[in-house]
Ligand binder design. Structure first.
Ligand code: B12
Length: 487
């Protein structure tokens, strides 16, 4: 039996489909005996894993690991399993091992790391553990022999249509369809893999290279139709890194999605949308698009060039205006704190955000501190070799210093003066209070009005210092800030 494990990374009420292991389940279905264990659903996943190991011949435990909370859960579970069942081979896949392959293999409770796309690599790895293939012959695999580590060459990307559908019947679908701004039963789907761009602050191309392959629009619509008809799904979040690749593909996809009557969220690029015709944008609206997440990143064209972002602030302004006309909420995300001039970058970006808010007040704003990740090319901010090396063990990644770095809340970067960091955080607090996110469906109208009222003077005068009363009010009302879903 093959065990597929998705360690806990969020609270039960925020859980979504564990898409990574569901994609792996799709290629095992009908070929291998397997079980799926999701720590976001199962309150005692370690006990479930132990029970499955004791009652079956488990040939491989496959663990999906995103940096941050999920890495910590994966570390704790795998240590326990290795101690009690030392003969079960353990493989980690997902963004953590793809980005930090050596740290992953340094753990004595991880035997293999799968980098990038996992379906075919997993099938070949099963042959390795059965002694039918050498690990050296598996593209995308990292492994160790004694003290030596081996990182095989990258695996060529396969498009979603080359794999079977996810076997939804193998997971409790209804428990994953959650209430959100987009629907009473919101699901998740990824309609493409990879991203062709090479933004020098983003983790995606380190893991997946710079290529994108799309699912055919007819298949995307058929899968969603299955979820609508059989499980009553009424909203969906598309987790693609880049949902709108070309205008012709977008048109075809929208024509396929429109009859489903879904409300949905996705991530799009500002340059792509700014080039689309009014007619295509109208199709996007008609197909049920409610909100689009855009990486606007900075209020300076110089910084955007340094990030290799491929957009301009003029395009962002254009998109903010077009979204307003169309009635789709744009969610603009910013990565603040260019190491070369963090103060200037922060001031320029704050004033740009204020301009966007004037042009389109419903825009949602996400403010993040620049937190470097390994790059295949040069790192944004000219910091190659300049920041202290990344941790070489999973345990060090789990320490508060590196945990806070990973979740991007408090990355403690040497170039960011405490004064500037405070300004960024205070500004975020004031903006989030002045325009409470529509995505928090629990917040009452009265609490929104209250927050807007008490924060108005700060936003109007630009006095962001020490907004304690807003932090307290937000805590008291338990209002959530806009969530970073994907960048
Ligand atoms: C959905 C998502 C989330 C959801 C998780 C939903 C859930 N199921 O509960 C939420 C919102 C909770 C989340 C949170 C975070 N996320 Co997130 N998230 C994503 C997102 C958008 C999609 C992931 C996904 O489901 N993809 C679909 C599946 C099919 O693809 P996949 O996961 O890559 O899996 C494939 C391979 O990786 C591999 N694979 C994966 N697991 C395994 C296991 C085995 C055994 C094998 C063999 C292969 C394998 O095979 C799979 C099929 O090919 C990605 C961006 C993206 N578009 O990929 C970011 C992303 C993974 N998140 C990221 C980050 C940093 C976070 C956070 C740590 C920080 C943050 N503030 O965003 C938080 C941490 C959680 C927290 N509590 O704060 C980063 C990771 C980058 C990095 N290396 O540092 C990403 C890449 C975004 C980015 N561009 O920076 N996230």
């Amino acid at each position: 039996m093959i065990l597929l494990y998705y360690p806990k990374l969020t609270s039960p009420k925020n859980r979504r489909f564990p898409l990574s292991i569901m994609a792996l389940a799709a290629v095992l279905e009908g070929r291998e005996k397997y079980e799926v264990v999701d720590g976001n659903l199962d309150p005692e996943p370690d006990k479930t894993l132990a029970r499955l190991i004791e009652t079956n011949h488990v040939e491989l435990l496959g663990v999906s690991v995103m940096p941050g909370p999920q890495m910590v859960s994966a570390m704790n579970s795998c240590k326990a399993i290795r101690e009690s069942y030392p003969d079960v081979p353990i493989v980690w896949g997902g963004y953590f091992p793809s980005t930090y392959r050596d740290a992953t293999l340094n753990a004595n409770y991880v035997d293999y790391a799968v980098r990038g796309q996992g379906e075919t690599t997993l099938l070949e790895l099963i042959e390795v553990v059965r002694g039918q293939r050498s690990p050296a012959q598996v593209a995308g695999l990292s492994y160790k022999e004694g003290r030596q580590k081996f990182h095989n060459h990258e695996r060529a990307m396969q498009g979603p249509d080359e794999f079977p559908w996810i076997p939804y019947e193998r997971v409790p679908v209804a428990s994953y369809l959650r209430p959100s701004y987009f629907g009473k039963r919101t699901g998740a789907h990824q309609a493409s893999i990879g991203c062709p761009f090479q933004c020098s602050f983003c983790a995606v191309h380190e893991a997946f290279g710079s290529l994108q392959k799309m699912e055919s629009p007819a298949r995307t619509a058929a899968i969603l139709r299955h979820l609508v008809d059989n499980y009553g799904m009424d909203g969906v979040q598309f987790y693609d890194m880049n949902f709108f690749l070309s205008e012709s593909h977008t048109r075809e996809l929208m024509e396929n999605l429109a009859p489903l009557g879904l409300h949905w969220w996705c991530e799009g690029r500002i340059d792509a949308i700014s080039r689309y015709s009014d007619e295509t944008l109208e199709w996007i609206r008609r197909a049920g698009c409610t909100m689009i997440f855009f990486g606007a990143e900075s209020g300076s064209n110089k910084t955007l060039r340094e990030m290799k972002k491929g957009i301009t602030i003029e395009q962002t302004i254009e998109v903010a205006k077009r979204m307003r006309k169309l009635g789709i909420v744009p969610e603009f995300s910013f990565v603040i704190g260019n190491p070369q001039n963090p103060e200037e970058d922060t001031h320029e970006t704050i004033s740009f955000i204020r301009k966007l808010k004037r042009l389109n007040p419903v825009s949602e704003i996400i403010v993040q501190h620049y937190t470097p990740v390994p790059q295949r090319g040069k790192m944004y901010g000219g910091i190659d070799g300049g920041i202290v090396g990344f941790p070489s063990t999973i345990e060090e990644w789990a320490t508060p210093r590196w945990y806070n770095f990973t979740i991007r809340v408090n990355p403690s970067m040497p170039w960011l003066q405490p004064k500037t960091k405070k300004l960024i955080d205070n500004f975020e607090t004031v903006v989030a209070a002045r325009w409470p996110t529509v995505q928090d469906i629990r917040a009452s109208k009265a609490s929104r009005v209250f927050l807007k009222t008490i924060s108005a003077w700060r936003y109007t005068t630009g006095f962001y210092n020490n907004p304690k009363e807003l932090t307290m009010a937000q805590k008291w009302i338990r209002l959530r800030r806009p969530k970073v879903e994907s960048i």
